[in-house]
Design a protein around this ligand. Structure first.
Ligand code: HEM
Length: 510
């Protein structure tokens, strides 16, 4: 007989007491969990069950949790796994971490390692390297030549690729997965903007090009890195198996494409008037202390960053925007009315594509896009790491190394921040009495980040989305396929869980 059975035989009352203690504790924890949205702190595994059980609807669960907890809550991961973090949607905390005490909350090495496909680029850099890269990027994004190249690229892609593709689908009465269409279009646009070369991702006859497949696999692997303990994905990376192998393969493809584009430019030079991003970076004259190898690496990291930075964010925002149009036909009708008197250019096939400058007066369209981003922020959460011990405005203590997660998704859904109607889609909230766009502080509307690390592509993205959305709405009626549920995916980017299936009809007279 083993020692366990001997113990039960000799001390049955002690054994019974232990069983009762655990039984009552578990019963109390379960009762408590039924009354509250706050996760239970179990022995050993701590709050991991909350994350696992709610993994398919984690964004909405975090909203409930933060509503009950008063906007800030500390999540404890299993013992020894270093998964503890603080989650918040409190604008004062956001302002503290991203603006007033910005230097205390860098991205951190863990973040850079998770996104190692971006090398040492602007999106992952900290301190001096970030400052230098931000300066160069700001000057390029502010250059008229780059902006006008970027805008004309968007209009060309919408006129020659997107609208003919949608028209083909409309003529064949085919169901279309709209998010996939936007993902392909966005990759096409980003690649052209960075290299002035066409990938042709959105074609009726050809499959997704190899570069597109590689970026998709890389993104899936980076998502996996976010949801498992870092020790696990590092082990898989070391063994080169699973998603880590796919990521390693994807990196080889991405590098091959980018280095080839850089080599072509080095061999043929770019003419002085070329204004794609690579040409602009080559023209700007990088830090003379950099070696040739370092410069090539810098250009590679920059190109990878700009291709990956915004493309999915634009694609998912457009998807949620059209979902809102399907659900709120009155808003769509008002946008159509607003577009009626605006100038557009006509492309082969008779498609109208709106001009960026004309769309400046389309206030309601922009309000509807901002309202979409409020309820469906393309990055549902953001993450920083405390560089030193700190105290947040609400008195919460933060120790060095704590990961702070800002839930942008929750921020748009809290009454105390946006009012009683916070769950309603109401573009009017963005329009002032005088008919202008209402300004909201970025630490309240965090979709493009706040403070020194605000999104550099904000204006360009809004122009892109306005041109694309206006041109689709004017030319086509988009209808959701019956019974197709559209829900957010639990992901680092707010994709839809099962895509968005629609049917299209060409508008009469368009
Ligand atoms: C709907 C579209 C977009 C949204 C919602 C968006 C949102 C954001 C957010 C939230 C950040 C902060 C990320 C962080 O610190 O972790 C960011 C940073 C950044 N975004 Fe965007 N973005 C969009 C499109 C773009 C585009 C199209 C580009 C470039 C072509 C771009 C370039 C950047 C860059 C370079 C940064 C890093 C800035 C820095 O760290 O100093 N973004 N963006």
């Amino acid at each position: 007989m083993g020692p366990f059975w001997s113990f039960i035989q000799f001390y049955p009352e002690v054994f019974l007491a232990i069983i009762c203690f655990f039984g009552i504790s578990i019963f109390r924890l379960i009762r408590q969990s039924q009354k509250s949205n706050l996760p239970l702190n179990w022995p050993v595994v701590r709050m991991l069950p909350f994350l696992v059980v709610n993994r398919h609807c984690i964004h909405d669960k975090v909203v409930d949790l933060l509503r009950e907890a008063g906007c800030t809550f500390r999540i404890f991961g299993p013992w020894l796994l270093d998964m503890n973090f603080l989650v918040t949607c409190d604008p004062a905390t956001v302002n503290h971490c991203l603006n007033t005490h910005f230097e205390k909350y860098p991205k951190g090495r863990e973040f850079a390692e998770m996104f190692d496909i971006l090398g040492d680029g602007l999106l992952v850099a900290d301190s001096d390297s970030w400052e230098y890269q931000r300066r160069v990027a700001t000057s390029i994004f502010g250059a008229r030549a780059f902006r006008s190249f970027a805008i004309s690229t968007i209009a060309r892609k919408v006129g020659t690729v997107l609208l003919p593709y949608l028209d083909h689908m409309a003529k064949h009465s085919s169901e279309v997965e709209l998010e996939d269409v936007f993902m392909r279009l966005s990759l096409d646009v980003s690649y052209s903007m960075v290299f002035a070369a066409d990938l042709d991702c959105l074609s009726v006859s050809s499959p997704m090009p190899v570069f597109g497949r590689a970026t998709k696999e890389a993104e899936e692997a980076m998502l996996f890195r976010h949801i498992v303990p870092s020790r696990l994905w590092k082990l898989l990376r070391w063994l080169n198996v699973g998603t880590e192998k796919k990521l390693a393969d994807a990196k080889v493809v991405v590098n091959q494409f980018i280095y080839e584009e850089i080599a072509k430019r080095n061999a043929h030079g770019s003419n002085g008037s070329q204004a794609d991003l690579l040409s602009m970076y080559m023209k700007v004259g990088l830090d003379p202390s950099m070696s040739e190898q370092h410069k090539t690496q810098f250009l590679r990291d920059t190109a990878a960053g700009f291709i990956l930075a915004g493309k999915d964010l634009i694609a998912v925002t457009l998807t949620w925007f059209f979902y809102m149009m399907c659900k709120h036909p009155n808003v769509e009708a008002r946008i159509l009315e607003e577009l009626k008197d605006l100038k557009s250019s006509t492309w082969p096939g008779g498609f109208s594509v709106f001009e960026c400058d004309e769309l400046r007066s389309a206030i309601y369209l922009q309000a509807a896009l901002l309202e979409t981003l409020r309820l469906f922020p393309a990055t549902p959460f953001e993450e920083k790491e405390a560089h030193v011990d700190d105290i947040l405005p609400n008195g919460t203590k933060v120790t060095k190394g704590t990961r702070v997660i800002f839930s942008l998704y929750a921020m748009g859904r809290i009454k105390g921040i946006w009012g009683k109607d916070c769950m309603e889609f109401r573009p009017e909230r963005w329009v002032s009495k005088s008919g202008r766009l209402r300004h909201e502080p970025s630490y309240k509307f965090l979709s493009f980040n706040s403070g020194p690390r605000s999104c550099i592509g904000k204006d360009l993205s809004l122009s892109n989305m306005k041109i694309t959305a206006a041109s689709i709405i004017h030319n086509f009626k988009v209808e959701l396929v019956d019974d197709h549920a559209v829900m957010p995916q639990s992901s680092v980017i707010l994709h839809t869980q099962n895509g968005m299936m629609v049917r299209l009809k060409r508008r009469v007279g368009a």
